[in-house]
Design a protein around this ligand. Structure first.
Ligand code: FAD
Length: 260
């Protein structure tokens, strides 16, 4: 467990950002990941007083604060009505309800874990992150950036009619995933995202497949193009095979008339 000399509940995002520029200070989200390290911090910066724990909906977009928990995303009716089961599917396997009541969207995206269910699914949607200092940028760009000392304040998700589906595979329930896969479609363009490779999730786009053969061809391309690594949860070759299966399942869920 980490320790800290001082605790500050930030009154403004600017205050949090300024404090976070010191090397030994740190922002805390849900603290679920941080509690696993043994570091000694100077100041713990708490964002919980900044009203960043709400999910807002406008006609154009959803705006999720960084302190929104995984459980909020899992159970939010408006997200479900707009994006189907994806938010539920990306969160429901993560540890347990008590854990998901603490772990936050901000902590999850900032960490950009190579095994992240959250990053995989959100990359399939049209998302921008809003950072305290750098402003808004596409999630796909943020996902590739190195860690820095900016603060993730909000996530904007466009309501543009994109349909999305999410699949993951775990060796045992509640473990971290061996492989994750999301697929989404907008204007006849299919986006496939593969994560837990076990590297950061990667996106690819294809024309939406109208036939079984075209779908199989896309799954083959995903298997051939994406690089997969090995760790104690599975070999690269095992992941490559899984990618074909999960990719097919995710695309099938997007085909309203499909019998897959
Ligand atoms: C045992 C365990 C199992 C897990 N299994 C899975 C899984 O199966 N799938 C999955 O996708 N994830 C999994 N996770 C990750 C989890 O879902 C969260 O992503 C993780 O706990 C981080 O969220 P947090 O709110 O706890 O962040 P914290 O632990 O509070 O912070 C994590 C990091 O993010 C930084 N940070 C936090 N908030 C912000 C912010 N707003 N701006 C900038 N930096 C910030 C912190 O400084 C810290 O460096 C697991 C985690 C644990 C501990």
């Amino acid at each position: 467990m980490f320790t800290a000399q001082q605790y500050v509940k930030a009154a403004t995002l600017e205050e949090a950002y300024t404090l976070n520029q010191k090397r030994n200070n740190v922002v805390i989200g849900g603290g679920c990941w941080m509690k696993m390290n043994h570091r000694r911090y100077q100041t713990l910066i708490d964002l919980s007083g900044l009203g960043l724990d709400i999910i807002e909906e406008t006609p154009e977009e959803f705006v999720l604060g960084a302190m929104v928990t995984l459980r909020q995303m899992e159970t939010d009716e408006a997200l479900k009505n707009t994006f189907g089961n994806g938010f539920y599917e990306m969160t429901r396997h993560i540890v347990g309800v008590q854990f998901r009541n603490c772990a936050t969207l901000g902590g999850s995206l900032y960490s950009r874990f190579g095994f992240s269910d959250i990053l995989t699914f959100l990359l399939a949607l049209d998302c921008e992150v809003e950072l305290a200092h750098a402003g808004r940028l596409p999630l796909a760009e943020y996902a590739q950036m190195p860690y820095d000392r900016d603060i993730l304040a909000k996530v904007h998700i466009l309501k543009n009619g994109r349909r999305a589906a999410y699949e993951s595979f775990r060796q045992t329930a509640t473990d971290i995933p061996v492989l994750t896969c999301a697929a989404s479609v907008l204007n006849d363009t299919l986006r496939v995202v593969v994560g837990a490779r076990p590297m950061r999730a990667i996106c690819m786009e294809f024309p939406f497949p109208e036939t079984e053969e075209a779908m199989e061809e896309i799954c083959r391309k995903v298997q051939e193009t994406v690089s997969f690594g090995s760790n104690l949860r599975g070999s690269g070759e095992y992941r490559r095979r899984l990618a074909g299966v999960l990719c097919r399942r995710a695309i099938c869920s997007l085909k309203e008339d499909a019998v897959c």
